[in-house]
Ligand binder design. Structure first.
Ligand code: SAM
Ligand code: SF4
Length: 323
């Protein structure tokens, strides 16, 4: 369906947990974290019901995220059920890879359409530091397994000033040697992300070009996201750039989010949301649920407003929102 700005909304990111096996420095606080009590999480039936109403409104793509989606048991089973909903064409996942490792065949059998795997450093010590304890070998194994199995793989890299700037070229090389796309995503000033400085996406592009030479433009379709892609000479995959803050892409935003506690969130940087869990648990009908979702989507905020004041800025860390 189209919102009141004329944008086609076809994509929902559903966070299925705010918990994670890692604690990335810009995503989660080091200690403590008021995790959502299990009874407040949407059940899988509630997620399926929500997705089904959304499919009726024209949502075609579902991405599972978190926290770490694979940290919630039954994640792959949920994928296979989402995939069977009429109107849903693609079910994808964003993951840190560690818990997906060893389960790629199951994920493919469940119908996973593609996977985004996050990896911010190749140097083991730095990866461990940025994720507060992660093992980069686990992620690399997952990436190889997924690519070898023929699953479409995108790698997400968030460049953080003074922290992983020296890793960017090495990470980009993964797209030279393997059939994967590497996408650089500008750090967003959301939650713990506010404690760090981004490397602006133009600067990342400049460095990649300086290192690999002027790339060929790459206008192939790479999915539902806002990245622009290039293909350096001799690369198997492509390099994507997502200027989430400095190159606002709100005018063509195609997505909404559902948080793990069942709030329909219309824009990353606005708290405004609709309590779908409350509605479902108060006994609403599917038609009432659909009407409320339609009305909320129609009124999706015009822009995230990271660079200006917004009335209801998001303050939660990204693991609560789903990225
Ligand atoms: N655990 C999974 C993972 O790491 O891929 C899925 C959830 S994570 C919140 C989703 C994506 O959000 C990851 O690629 C992560 O790097 C990114 N992310 C988290 N905080 C961010 C921030 N402040 N700015 C930009 N991206 C962020
Ligand atoms: Fe976990 Fe993903 Fe956040 Fe890292 S970015 S702490 S892996 S949810």
């Amino acid at each position: 369906m189209k919102d009141l700005q004329g944008r086609s909304i076809e994509y929902v990111r559903i966070s299925i947990t705010d918990r994670c096996n890692l604690r990335c420095i810009y995503c989660m606080p080091e200690k403590g974290n008021d995790f959502i009590p299990p009874e407040q999480l949407l059940t899988f039936d509630e997620i399926l019901r929500t997705a089904s109403c959304m499919a009726g409104l024209g949502i075609r793509v579902v991405r599972l995220t978190g926290g770490e989606p694979m940290a919630r048991s039954g994640c792959l089973d949920l994928i296979s059920k989402l995939k069977r909903i009429e109107g849903i064409d693609r079910v994808t996942m964003t993951t840190n890879g560690a818990l997906l490792r060893g389960h790629i065949e199951e994920a493919l059998a469940a119908g996973l359409s593609s996977v985004n795997i996050s990896i911010d450093a190749l140097t083991p010590e730095l990866y461990a530091e940025m994720t507060r304890g992660g093992n980069v070998e686990d992620v690399l194994e997952c990436i190889h397994e997924a690519a070898d199995a023929g699953l479409k793989v995108n790698l997400n890299v968030v460049p953080v000033k003074g922290i992983n700037e020296g890793e960017l070229e090495g990470l980009a090389l993964l797209a030279r040697d393997m059939p994967v796309d590497v996408r650089f995503i500008e750090l967003m000033p959301v939650g713990c992300g506010k404690n760090f400085e981004p490397v602006r996406i133009d600067e990342v592009k400049r460095r990649i070009t300086a290192f690999f030479g002027e790339p060929e433009a790459d206008d192939d379709f790479h999915g539902m996201g806002p990245a622009s892609y290039v293909k350096p000479h001799g690369f198997t995959g492509s390099i994507g750039f997502i200027g989430a803050v400095s190159h606002g892409f709100c005018s063509c935003c195609n997505r909404v989010r559902v948080t793990s506690d069942g709030m329909l969130k219309l824009c990353l940087n606005h708290q405004a949301s609709v309590n779908l869990r409350g509605m479902m648990r108060s006994g609403c009908t599917d038609s009432e649920l659909t009407d409320v979702i339609r009305e909320a989507i129609l009124n999706k905020p015009m822009e995230h407003g990271f660079l200006q004041e917004v009335e209801d800025p998001e303050f939660r860390c990204m693991n609560r929102i789903g990225g």
